[in-house]
Design a binder for this molecule. Structure first.
Ligand code: G3I
Length: 375
């Protein structure tokens, strides 16, 4: 054999070995396959999560973003999109499915931005939480300032529910059908909620029934803030939902938003509270977690603040994981770059699990290790 032939044979053998390794790689376990591939690095949040448990984020856009000096986040920020797809297995449109956004004129629906999120979710094997159908806030002015009779309003609402829920039929895992129905003392918001004021409390049952007809497989939720623990407001939900279930209304779930502040104590009875809704046969979920802190004059968070924040995130997640029917845990944005918090609360902020430069904070690692421990 000539030296030239030998060299060629060696080259082919090396190339074949490299190609084989590249194609085959290390063995893929069943768990890795479910999570989307082998792991060579530290797992992402979604990879660390137990089977059947989804970890989500709100998808930034609309609302407060409109007035900020940056382009629309979800379509334009590549790093953001990359992390959203990689870290999370559930997404919630932050504003893009709300009335003012998706139904800006009486005869106009604008589905494009929410469609893009649903498409993204499909491409990234994520589920979607729909948000929201019946709320006192972010309703368009044609609706709030229109001089409609009760019959017209009811028809408008019915059309909206059938149109929007029908548009996403089969694509939404959980719908926040009714958002923030009760006030702090557990009474229905009959003053500031247009629907309850004009149409009476019976409209809640109607909307759940319409949504169920429009998408029989979506899980239909009540969602609110300030109901993480056992209190007058969560008591109000327990009684409201029990009555609706007794009447055969298709309510599937109760979710707590989880907007917390290090100023206040942690709601230690979260698991006990969720459990009493689970005992009604309901799905439960944690849907909008963030933990804001005091940053006077734009101060940087201290190590102690970040540690306390991590502890709150971790305990929220542990509370959910402790309840069998709590299988969905969502943060209200994952980067401080786009958080709603500083816009609403001057001198507070840093509420999410990553900095504005997408650096992971202690809260991120606390969530990941809690998920891994539960797996
Ligand atoms: O409607 C006014 C408009 O008239 C005014 O010209 C403009 C000037 O800034 O503000 C408009 O209001 C904005 C609103 O979205 C409606 O688009 C607010 O500034 C803006 O801060 C607001 O932000 C959204 C907020 O919901 C509205 O309540 C946030 O982006 C969104 O993150 C936040 O999300 C809610 C959940 O849906 C429900 N749970 C609480 C959570 C945090 O508030």
């Amino acid at each position: 054999m000539s030296l030239r032939t030998l060299r060629s044979l060696v080259a082919v053998a090396v190339a074949t070995a490299v190609a084989t390794t590249a194609l085959v790689g290390p063995p893929v376990t069943a768990h890795e396959a479910r999570q989307g591939g082998p792991r060579h690095h530290a797992p992402t949040l979604r990879q660390a999560a137990p089977p059947g448990f989804v970890i989500g984020s709100a998808v930034a856009g609309g609302g407060h973003h409109v007035d900020q000096p940056y382009p629309d986040p979800f379509p334009n920020d590549r790093v953001y999109r990359h992390l959203l797809g990689k870290e999370f297995s559930s997404v919630s449109p932050e504003n893009q499915m709300k009335w003012e956004f998706i139904h800006p004129e009486r005869d106009t629906y604008r589905f494009g931005p929410a469609d893009a999120i649903v498409r993204f979710a499909r491409q990234h094997h994520q589920v979607v939480r729909g948000h929201t159908l019946l709320w006192h806030n972010q309703n368009p002015s044609w609706l709030t300032e229109g001089d409609f009779t009760a019959t017209e309003l009811r028809q408008i609402l019915r059309d909206h529910v059938f149109t929007v829920v029908g548009h996403y039929r089969g694509r939404i895992q959980q719908w926040d059908v009714a958002n923030e129905m009760l006030d702090g003392s557990g009474q229905l918001r009959t003053t500031d909620n247009l629907w309850l004021r004009e149409l009476g409390p019976g409209i809640i049952a109607d909307v759940f029934r319409w949504a169920h007809r429009a998408d029989p497989h979506a899980q239909l939720f009540f969602n609110d803030y300030g109901v993480e623990g056992v209190n007058a407001k969560s008591d109000g939900y327990l009684s409201l939902i029990s009555d609706l279930l007794a009447d055969g209304v298709p309510v599937d779930g109760f979710s707590v938003q989880g907007h917390l502040s290090t100023r206040y104590g942690f709601p230690d009875d979260l698991a006990a509270n969720l459990q009493r809704f689970a005992d009604l046969g309901l799905e439960t979920a944690v849907t909008e977690v963030d933990v804001r802190m005091d940053l006077p004059g734009g101060a940087e968070p201290t190590g102690a603040q970040l540690a306390q924040q991590a502890d709150y995130y971790q305990r929220m997640l542990e509370g959910c994981l402790a309840v069998d029917t709590c299988r969905s845990f969502t943060v209200w944005g994952f980067t401080d770059k786009y958080s709603w918090v500083p816009v609403f609360f001057p001198d507070e902020g840093a509420a999410t699990i990553m900095t504005g430069d997408f650096e992971r904070k202690p809260a991120y690692y606390a969530l990941r290790s809690t998920l891994a421990d539960a797996t």
